[in-house]
Design a protein around this ligand. Structure first.
Ligand SMILES: Cc1ncc(C[n+]2csc(CCOP(=O)(O)OP(=O)(O)O)c2C)c(N)n1
Ligand SMILES: [Mg+2]
Length: 581
């Protein structure tokens, strides 16, 4: 057995079902093994390494298993960087295999030579270069352990191709795998009992507590534990964008989202009026705290912060009750600590929040422009709410889809998820990501939401989608511009000529024709009725579909982005000032 075959056998024993990749001059050994080793993972041929990594990222977010990608040396490795960085910062377990140049060429100006470990060190959790074929099993195990243990993240292995051709010695080498590292988190870090006791004592005293669920809750698979804890303690839950979906949207205690992008006024009200806030799996960074203004500095509200990474605790706020541990393990420990006779009574607090929540949704429903053309983005989401199959996985890119889907998309089941790669918000994620989503959950319909700027960066993967017949429904927000940036320029412009916008416009095209080239069922939609019937047809079709929707430009009417509304003198939380919807 050569090194490549041993690698593929180990991937298979780790339960890797699919490897996303792009071939190059250095991938021949690996491809030979992927083709011939029995039980080898399926190889998904991608059209761009960026996409391969985005597929692996989304696969991992939705399956909880490490997403594996492979790329060639040099340019291929460089193109893989964005997805490694996003996965790592979002604590998503991703493993990148770089098929590197043979060792004999190192330092000799070999075509595509690049210091892989130096390139990836700042953006990955762990990077290692294979020094000899006998070390391969060990570094593969380390890669899975680093990806899944502690705070999950991205790991990169540089594999000189000559070593993958070498025979694996039989003596003193074991190809065993560590079964716990097949999923993340591989080791659930339990909290300290004293920390739980202190936080629970404060929570029992609190009359107006609130839980803020961040991305860590979804990473740790803590939805059921969170729902059970919130119900037992009668504590309302708000989420950040990456925590969305942690408690189903129609639950009485699932209030809405906080943060700049798509915030719900009633969720912010709850945050402002709480006397104790439990942040779980939330770093309390710039987005979730609106540049550290919410909670207001010096506010008289006590804070519990739960994070897997103790170094992330109290980094931006003074924390009254720090708890280090896995989100699910902490919630289970807190639930265990509740006296069986305890009866929570926070009815008036929960009622107050829900009254505001109801008022918001009634107002929003009364303001949806159902006739407008170009179509309003909120109409797109509202219509999706009525037609999405249950469950479904929705993946959204930066630009118009983000604030509108975070604010208006509603899931009424426990399994559906909204995935937004929020740490870097790189455009061009959603189209490849629906492919990763499909392999993570083949029985769940993946839906991609993205703008025309984003499409320009990932259109090549329409071929992959078609070739693999992935039954994704792609919804293209076509506004002929980098709308988000155009809007930002308008918000910040101080009366320059040409309304202050600069170098953000495209020509207008019918992009359904592009999908058509690949044999993807496509629709061009300019009116609300056309959108509604296209959605019905798309969800009725079991192959890939592309809906090209001519939407109102985000630059023409402000989206629900708190800081932008504030900058233009609109009160972001006043319902009567909601421009529309
Ligand atoms: C790779 C990358 N480059 C640049 C940006 C900055 N950026 C954020 S939103 C945006 C405009 C998005 O345009 P489009 O996809 O058409 O969506 P729209 O805002 O028009 O709805 C840009 C350029 C980014 N997020 N990612
Ligand atoms: Mg656009």
């Amino acid at each position: 057995m050569n090194g490549a075959a041993a690698l593929v056998k180990m991937l298979s024993d780790y339960g890797v079902e699919v490897v996303f990749g792009v071939p190059g001059d250095t991938n021949v050994a690996l491809y030979g093994a992927l083709k011939s080793v029995e039980g080898a993972p399926r190889h998904v041929l991608c059209r761009d390494e960026r996409s391969a990594l985005f597929m692996a990222d989304c696969y991992a977010r939705l399956s909880g298993k490490p997403g594996v990608a492979e790329v060639p040396s040099g340019a291929g490795a460089m193109y893989a960087l964005p997805g490694v960085a996003e996965a790592n910062k979002s604590s998503v377990p991703v493993i990148l295999l770089v098929n590197d140049i043979p060792r004999a060429g190192v330092g000799r100006g070999t075509l595509t030579e690049l210091p892989i470990s130096e390139l990836f060190r700042p953006v990955a959790k762990h990077v290692e270069t294979l020094p000899s074929v006998a070390k391969l099993p060990e570094i593969v195990r380390r890669a899975f352990r680093h990806a899944t243990a502690g705070c999950p993240g991205a790991t990169v292995l540089a594999l000189p191709e000559d070593l993958l051709y070498e025979e694996m010695p039989e003596e003193n080498v074991s190809l065993h795998v560590e079964p716990q590292c097949r999923v993340a988190p591989s080791y659930r870090v339990r909290p300290q009992p004293e920390a739980i006791a202190a936080a629970m004592a404060a929570l029992l005293e609190s009359r107006k507590p609130l839980i803020v669920a961040g991305g860590g809750v979804n990473r740790s698979g803590a939805s059921a534990a969170l729902t059970a804890f919130a119900e037992r303690m009668h504590v309302p839950v708000v989420t950040t964008i990456t925590g969305q979906g942690a408690v189903r949207d129609d639950h009485r205690l699932s209030i809405g989202i906080i943060g700049d992008n798509g915030f719900h006024p009633h969720a912010l009200w709850a945050q402002e009026n709480a006397d104790l806030i439990v942040y779980i799996g939330c770093r309390m960074g710039s987005v979730a705290t609106m540049n550290w203004q919410r909670p207001a500095p010096g506010a008289r509200c006590r804070i519990v912060q739960v994070d897997l990474d103790p170094e992330a605790i109290a980094n931006t706020y003074e924390i009254d009750f720090p708890i280090s541990g896995d989100a699910r393990a902490v919630l289970e420990a807190m639930l265990d600590a509740v006296d069986p006779d305890y009866r929570a009574d926070r009815t008036s607090w929960v009622d107050d929040i829900n009254a505001r929540r109801r008022e918001f949704w009634e107002h929003a429903a009364s303001m949806v422009e159902r006739e407008a053309a170009p179509i309003r983005p909120e109409f797109v989401i509202e219509t999706l709410n009525r037609h999405l199959p249950t469950p479904c996985n929705v993946i959204s890119d930066a630009g118009t889809p983000t604030p509108y889907s975070t604010r208006f998309l509603k899931f009424r089941d426990d399994r559906s998820r909204l995935v937004i790669p929020r740490f870097f918000g790189g455009l061009g994620y959603a189209i490849p990501a629906v492919i990763g989503a499909y392999y993570a959950a083949p029985d769940v319909r993946p839906v991609g939401l993205f703008g025309d700027g984003s499409l320009g960066m990932s259109a090549g993967e329409l071929e992959t989608l078609s070739r693999l017949n992935i039954p994704a429904v792609l919804i293209h927000f076509n506004n002929a511009c980098f709308g988000w940036i155009k809007a930002l320029q308008r918000v910040t412009s101080t009366g320059r000529e040409n309304d202050g916008t600069f170098s953000v416009d495209f020509n207008a095209y019918s992009m359904d024709r592009l999908a058509d080239v690949y044999g993807i069922r496509s629709f061009r939609v300019e009116t609300p009725e056309e959108f509604e019937s296209a959605l019905v047809a798309a969800f009725g079709h079991d192959g890939p579909c592309f809906i090209d929707v001519v939407v109102e430009s985000i630059a023409n009417r402000l989206p629900p982005v708190y800081s932008w509304l504030q900058k233009t003198g609109v009160n972001p939380v006043a319902l009567e000032e909601m421009a529309s919807v």
